[in-house]
Ligand binder design. Structure first.
Ligand SMILES: Nc1ncnc2c1ncn2[C@@H]1O[C@H](COP(=O)(O)OP(=O)(O)OP(=O)(O)O)[C@@H](O)[C@H]1O
Ligand SMILES: Cc1ncc(CO)c(N)n1
Length: 269
């Protein structure tokens, strides 16, 4: 369908719902709204979780997942898409097929594998499908250190290892790579970015002394997708997203008793 009316910036998140509201689709929607971007959602999984951990998860029937994509593609003008929790191999493949079928703009793949409390959000046998089906579609892939190691088989101990892992992710087909450093040691956290033109840069921030970091990875990728939907280039989109993420962690809100959610009002814009 077409219209001459100027469409409001729109992004799509393809992920799981978090009953406690802090991660997954909930974080993505909050992030998009805070960026004045309209979020559409393809729900892949429903989770029962809170700030202590994940108590249950159900993957939706693949037919309704395909239908959600079709409904959105028939009507909305999506300018960027991000994926989060995809659950298992079958769901990774269904999502990859839909991403290849529809033009949804730049594709951010957040290869979510394990939740903060340690619960698995992706089965082991799905990792091959992520590598073979999703990464070749990725404008940007945003693994944390553990996910980068799982996807590449490279143990990351040094900056050289980090650079090698990012290159290996490009070799698997991702055009641009952001390896997040939240799981690193020390007082400073370093994210490493390798762009398609082979230029690389780091984003360094102090580690904030807080346990309220539920949904940091989701929020980061959703902020990048939102910035791309707004028309920013990728480097600017990543830099602005990092600023947004830092503010949401730095300005704590007290919700729950474990790894609490972020403050999406922190920027107040
Ligand atoms: N305590 C903290 N202080 C400041 N920044 C943090 C903190 N924890 C995480 N971050 C930032 O959040 C971003 C995402 O971190 P991380 O590597 O933990 O991703 P993730 O494991 O995908 O997150 P999630 O657990 O939500 O899936 C990184 O840029 C990291 O620097
Ligand atoms: C639904 C969902 N997606 C992603 C994560 C990882 O932050 C989570 N805990 N829950």
């Amino acid at each position: 369908m077409s219209s001459d009316l100027q469409q409001f910036p729109q992004m799509l998140t393809v992920a799981g719902i978090d009953s406690s509201g802090g991660a997954g689709i909930n974080a993505d929607v909050a992030t998009a709204f805070a960026h004045h971007v309209y979020p559409a959602t393809v729900v892949v999984a429903v989770t029962a979780q809170n700030t202590y951990g994940v108590q249950g998860a159900t993957l939706l029937d693949t037919n309704i997942i395909e239908q959600q994509f079709a409904s959105i593609a028939d009507d909305l003008a999506i300018k960027a898409v991000k994926t989060g929790m995809l659950g298992d191999r079958e769901h990774v493949e269904i999502v990859a097929a839909a991403l290849a079928k529809y033009d949804l703009g730049p594709i951010i793949i957040d290869p979510v594998m394990v939740a903060k409390g340690g619960a698995k959000l992706l089965t082991d046998d799905a990792i091959t499908a992520v590598k073979e089906k999703l990464l070749p579609l990725a404008t940007l892939v945003t693994p944390n250190l553990l996910e980068a190691q799982q996807l590449t088989g490279i143990t990351i101990n040094t900056p050289a290892d980090l650079a090698a892992a990012a290159r290996a992710l490009q070799a698997l087909g991702a055009q641009n790579v952001l390896v997040k450093g939240g799981h690193g040691a020390g007082d400073e956290l370093t994210d490493y970015v390798l762009l398609a033109d082979q230029s690389a840069f780091t984003l360094v921030n102090p580690r904030l002394d807080t346990t309220r970091t539920h949904g940091t990875g989701d929020t980061y990728a959703a902020a990048i997708a939102s910035n791309l939907a707004l028309g920013h280039d990728l480097k600017t989109a990543i830099t602005l997203a990092k600023d947004y993420l830092y503010a949401t962690v730095a300005n704590e809100i007290i919700v729950g008793h474990g790894h609490g959610p972020l403050n999406h009002w922190a920027k107040g814009e």
